[in-house]
Design a protein around this ligand. Structure first.
Ligand code: IMP
Length: 209
């Protein structure tokens, strides 16, 4: 049996263990860069039986919750899941929750970006307005505790620019900047992105204390 001291230590370390329930290594990298000094951040590779979660929700929050709750049944500590995507105004909010599979179930980022550019052919200037949106769900022991959202507004450019980031980053220029997220340094994206904003709210969550 564990002594009282050990139990207390176990509790303390569990309180700093945070699993990110996603298969997207880019998201984990960004979350680690943003939260790494507050938590010990794990990814799904530490779970022997990783949960297979179908994203059947109609909203970012529903999908984030499905992913966070499923993994929280298999992990002792906090679990977060990020569901995110790009909303393009002239496309009535598409690709939205379907951002990862915009060009089909096995689409690559390049396929999705090419389709987006095709669908915006002939659309000019401010008509190309869009935002990245992110919802982070927080769960523990099979229960959803909270959800935090963030959004960053910007414009979709006419061609790929830059090699940084992932997904639609080379097509998205955040408001107030002259370069895409694919061109801007990672530190800049991690300061102003939809994900950074949602994680800032997570950090400030009242339930931590
Ligand atoms: P999810 O894994 O279902 O949340 O899909 C997220 C998809 O949205 C990604 O595959 C990207 O296509 C897009 N996305 C979300 N966040 C970002 C970002 O920070 N940069 C670029 N694309 C993003």
């Amino acid at each position: 049996m564990k002594g009282v001291g050990n139990m207390a230590e176990t509790r303390a370390s569990e309180n700093h263990r945070l699993l990110v329930s996603t298969r997207n290594a880019h998201k984990v990298g960004e979350i680690r860069a943003i939260l790494g000094d507050s938590f010990e951040v794990f990814d799904l590779s530490i779970l022997p039986h990783r949960p297979e979660v179908e994203e059947t929700g109609m909203t970012f929050e529903e999908n984030a919750t499905l992913k966070a709750v499923a993994a929280s049944l298999l992990f002792e500590g906090w679990v977060i899941a990020d569901d995110s995507g790009l909303e393009v105004d002239v496309l009535e909010g598409s690709p939205g929750v379907y951002s990862a599979r915009y060009a089909g179930g096995s689409a690559t980022d390049a396929d999705n970006n090419a389709l987006l550019l095709r669908n915006l052919a002939g659309v000019r200037g401010k008509e190309r307005s869009a935002r990245f949106r992110c919802v982070i769900a927080l769960a523990r022991a099979g229960r959803k505790l909270a959800a935090f959202s963030g959004a960053v507004e910007g414009l979709i450019v006419n061609e790929h620019k830059g090699t940084g980031g992932f997904g639609y980053d080379p097509l998205f220029v955040p408001d107030g900047y002259g370069e895409t997220f694919g061109q801007l340094p990672a530190e800049v994206k991690n300061r102003l992105s939809h994900r950074a904003q949602a994680l800032e709210k997570l950090r400030e969550w009242r339930g931590w204390w």
